[in-house]
Design a protein around this ligand. Sequence first.
Ligand SMILES: [Zn+2]
Length: 273
Amino acid sequence: MPELPEVETIKNELEPYVVGRNISGVTLFWEGMLRQPSVREFHSRLSGQGITGLKRRGKYLIFSLSSGDLLVIHLKMSGSLIVGKDSSEPPKYTRAIIRLDGGTSIFFSDPRKFGKIQLVKDKDDIVGKLGPEPLEADFTPEVLAQRLSKRKAPIKAILLDQGFVAGIGNMYADEALFSAGIHPLRPASSLSQDEVARLHSAIQQVLRSAITNKGASIVNYLRPDGTPGTAQFQFRVAHGRAKNCPVCGTPIAHIPIRGRGSYFCSKCQPEKV
Ligand SMILES: [Zn+2]
């Protein structure tokens, strides 16, 4: 699933193609991806609007429109936004096409059909309950410590909670916990000050490195130009890419935590400290 680094890459690489352009029309091949408003209202409110900005919040892409409306896209499990020409053959699994003036089209490809499109007036209807952005200045080790101190659930589950911190998913949670040497089942409130500081630094480091590498292409994620990212080659435990721990050689452990497969090294990330 695209996480913060993948969505940030898409935002960065899509921006020059869309900001300053007008939407000439949208085709929805799979109407189930539109959550609000109705299909009819969606088309009438979107057509002819200028795109004035593109931002990311958590795993959401937010297109600002000249009408004041916001077009909000979540790629969910398998979505990609691919830039092409109106005349291009749509990529496989294209569920929607956003056509822009000047002959550019954005193809929303989504094999698993979980992706969502919404058109709203107020972004807080959708992103208002998200936790802090992990790469912003207000996400400090102190803020992380204070938020963790109230939570008893396993740290892995807490990192995946978008209301706790925005944009981290299964891959980067596993990478950050490995980097910080913290077992994924540790109760969040049990982390020492030193461990919180290590985790904070690890979260920022793994996300920044993945953005530099244009996101991780494990299954479906592609950049807007249709090419894969390379962040997966930096992974040390996520997705079980390594059979053995790259630090100590112990076989990588794999357990479900709240239904999500979690990879870690039981020696570098001891459960009892
Ligand atoms: Zn190890």
